[in-house]
Design a protein around this ligand. Structure first.
Ligand SMILES: Nc1ncnc2c1ncn2[C@@H]1O[C@H](COP(=O)(O)OP(=O)(O)OP(=O)(O)O)[C@@H](O)[C@H]1O
Length: 359
């Protein structure tokens, strides 16, 4: 099947995209449609195929099979005109030039296409880069800033950014988010990759989770949040472990459940326990637990769905509570679960005499 003629609604489209390096299947048939003007993140562990996908979009390597359309043309046919409409941040930086950052960026500008006067200084000020420093003397993070500037400076229609926030401190990461928002407000599209969701969740509208060359899931960050679990912790006084477990297990939305006794309860007073002194308990009321009954900690997973918290809080409010903590949904955990669900042997093909790497 071939891709239909695009209307410009999508900055990137792939269908059945396969890339093999010898016996290694780096991409096992990728279908993507990335709408124009959005930030689309692809995340996946080492070797998932993120860089391979980006290199295919840029025609640095060619697909084994399948189709690609970038800004409405095939990367192979697009040539230098297409390349000037794309800003690329490669994952591996080999910047050892003796030139100053300013001079190197001006050289890049002569290749990438026109850059507005003052634009390089503006981006350098946003990211905090000294343009008069020699490139080889820049730290890793400052080299990353320089690379980001070269990708953004000519306001390309599509930005392909491999691990854009790698090596950047949290403040500069925020500046990057602002640059990304400005770009999409301007109708530009950003396609970025990362190992971890936390680096892309603030910038990306949608995320594709890649695992061993296949897209495991494509979702908006909000949808991932819905599918993620929250962790809740309550501490009760006066109920037995069994009572707490039964009461909490019956609450809608509760998944895994663990209880443990923090204080021994009335039958064993803390001051009589070997190796303890009164007032040195678990810090959760263990000292007073002897008077009021056992102190039980219960940790539960709770569906990340927005509606799950209310019923949980209402139900535990009826228990003799000493403490209640509900954490934000853990998106990283949701993604790791998806990785694990798709965990199989890396795809390889049996060797044949004519199978060579197609690059
Ligand atoms: N030029 C190449 N020759 C042979 N195998 C390659 C080549 N490039 C990539 N691969 C293989 O393709 C698979 C995908 O690699 P790729 O670099 O795309 O993953 P990645 O998701 O970018 O990983 P990382 O997060 O570690 O950068 C890996 O198994 C890798 O070893």
């Amino acid at each position: 099947m071939t891709l239909p003629t695009s209307s410009g609604d999508y900055a990137v489209e792939t269908r059945g995209l396969v890339k093999r390096f010898g016996r290694t299947v780096a991409l096992a048939g990728i279908d993507l449609a990335i709408p124009t003007g959005c930030v689309f993140g692809v995340i996946g562990p080492n070797g998932a195929g993120k860089t391979t996908l980006m290199r295919l979009l840029l025609d640095i390597i060619r697909p084994t099979s399948g189709e690609i359309r970038v800004l409405d043309v095939s990367p192979r046919a697009g040539g230098s005109d297409l390349r000037s409409r794309i800003g690329f941040l490669p994952g591996e930086l080999h910047l050892q030039s003796g030139l100053t950052a300013r001079r190197l960026l001006n050289d890049f500008a002569s290749i990438s296409g026109p850059v507005e006067p003052g634009r390089i200084d503006e981006l350098a000020a946003t990211l905090g880069l000294d343009l008069d420093e020699r490139v080889r003397r820049l730290s890793k993070g400052n080299k990353q800033k320089l690379s980001l500037i070269q990708a953004f400076m000519h306001r390309p229609r599509l930005l392909v950014l491999d691990e854009p926030t790698s090596g950047l401190d949290p403040l500069v990461q925020q500046q990057f988010q602002a640059m990304a928002r400005e770009a999409t407000a301007n109708g530009q599209t950003i396609f970025l990759s990362s190992h971890v969701l936390s680096e892309v969740q603030d910038a990306a509208d949608s995320v594709a989770i890649l695992r061993q060359g296949s897209v495991v899931k494509t979702a908006t960050v909000a949808e991932l949040r819905e599918s993620a679990v929250r962790h809740a912790r309550i501490v009760t006084v006066g109920l037995s472990e069994t009572e707490v477990a039964l009461r909490v297990a019956g609450i809608p939305g509760v998944g895994r459940l663990d209880t443990r006794r923090l204080s021994p309860g009335p039958e064993t007073r803390p001051e009589t326990r070997p190796g303890t002194r009164p007032g040195t308990g678990a810090g959760t009321g263990a000292e007073t637990g002897a008077e009021t009954g056992p102190v039980i900690e219960c940790r539960a997973t709770l569906s990340g769905a927005v509606g799950a918290v209310g019923p949980f809080v209402a139900a535990v409010a009826g228990l003799p509570l000493q403490d209640l903590v509900i954490e934000e949904p853990n998106l990283e955990e949701a993604v790791l679960t998806l990785y694990a669900e798709s965990d199989t042997e890396p795809p390889t093909e049996p060797p044949t005499s004519d199978r060579a790497g197609h690059v």
